[in-house]
Design a binder for this molecule. Structure first.
Ligand SMILES: C[C@H](O)[C@H](O)[C@H]1CNC2=NC(N)=NC(=O)C2=N1
Length: 96
């Protein structure tokens, strides 16, 4: 289902709200890197994000190396950032 890409003003407002997330891919995505004590902690976090992604029907692009998890959020259906990325980022931050 189609969803609107954020305007530059909406994007800046969302980013101001999301201190740790940075703009990437020429404004088409936001990214954040998380560091945990060890792999087990990192993977437990990923499991919780996965459940969140399913419940919001919005899925991260991510990678994991040992205790680090890199997450990028973008909305393919919008061709860039949408409100779904902002709410997903907030929900991920709330897991910490
Ligand atoms: C059909 C399904 O609802 C869509 O493909 C959803 C699923 N998860 C998604 N995840 C992300 N990150 N972007 C999307 O546009 C997207 N679309």
């Amino acid at each position: 289902m189609a969803i609107a890409e954020l305007t530059p003003a909406e994007r800046d407002a969302a980013l101001a709200d999301l201190g740790e997330w940075t703009l990437a891919r020429e404004g088409k995505a936001i990214e954040r890197t998380f560091a945990f004590a060890d792999f087990s902690e990192a993977f437990a976090f990923m499991t919780r994000v996965a459940l969140l992604a399913e419940s919001q029907d919005h899925h991260p692009e991510w990678s994991n190396v040992y205790n680090r998890v890199e997450i990028a959020l973008t909305t393919h259906d919008a061709g860039g950032l949408s409100q779904r990325d902002a709410s997903m980022a907030r929900a991920i931050d709330a897991l910490l």
